[in-house]
Design a protein around this ligand. Structure first.
Ligand code: AP5
Length: 215
């Protein structure tokens, strides 16, 4: 099964993708995570992407479609894939069609997480992750069981994303509204789009996604 999780910054795409990875053995392809890894490694892609990401704007279509193609090539054909944060423009949506067709894959579902934009700033500015294993937390909505200690690996080091500040979040939301939301009609015309209330609890969102995907 190949699915796209679509929604504005902080909608819960990464949270729900991680759940699908652990519950269903799918593979999460997050262009945001891949670009952050490239920035950290100081690779040519990372050097080009860093300033664009820090500003909350979109990295070029060629770069992101290139890294998605490489990631798909590394997977066995029968591995289920969650596209998290890709595609984000009409050009990327068209590229994905070609990337999937070339690899004899088809798109099964596009799930849009619908959220109230005012809540997103609070979600994003409160987000942090374990610096060692990457487990995600939130100052209010998902705190570690023991304050300052990662539930998953016991590390006491945490980090926050440089683009998780209010000003950049507003730019990221505008990019979503202007460039990403307009791709939904492409998938609606193919009958692939389902909508989920992203303002519900993480567990309720997960249950709604599972109901769409079936067993
Ligand atoms: P990316 O990393 O994709 O960021 P994003 O789309 O802005 O999404 P986020 O990761 O911020 O949010 P999310 O929906 O995953 O929310 P999360 O689950 O963490 O992209 C970053 C940058 O990379 C872009 O700005 C761009 O520059 C570049 N880029 C990436 N892909 C690109 C592409 N295809 N083309 C061009 N450029 C690209 O949840 C957020 C918080 O809320 C968490 O703390 C979580 O615990 C909490 N939370 C989640 N769900 C709930 C809930 N139901 N109730 C309460 N709290 C919740």
């Amino acid at each position: 099964m190949n699915i796209i999780l679509l929604g504005p910054p902080g909608a819960g795409k990464g949270t729900q993708a991680s759940k699908l990875v652990s519950d269903r053995g799918m593979v999460q392809l997050s262009t945001g995570d891949m670009l952050r890894a490239a920035v950290k490694a100081g690779s040519p892609v990372g050097l080009k992407a860093k300033a664009v990401m820090d500003a909350g704007e979109l990295v070029s279509d060629d770069i992101v479609s290139g890294i998605i193609g490489e990631a798909l090539d590394a997977l066995p054909i029968d591995t289920g894939v969650i596209f998290d944060g890709y595609p984000r423009t009409e050009a990327q949506a068209l590229s994905l069609d070609g990337l999937l067709a070339d690899r004899h894959r088809k798109l099964d579902h596009v799930i849009e997480l619908e959220v109230d934009e005012d809540a997103l700033v609070e979600r994003i500015t409160g987000r942090f992750t374990c610096a060692k294993c990457g487990a995600g937390y939130h100052d209010t909505f998902l705190t570690p069981k023991v304050d300052g200690v990662c539930d998953s690996c016991g590390s006491t080091e945490f980090k926050r994303r440089p683009d998780d500040n209010e000003e950049t979040v507003r730019t990221r939301m505008a990019e979503y509204r202007g460039k990403t939301a307009p791709i939904l009609p492409i998938y609606e015309a193919r009958g692939l789009v389902s909508r989920v209330d992203g303002m519900a609890s993480m567990e309720a969102v997960s249950a709604a996604i599972n109901a769409i995907l079936g067993t």
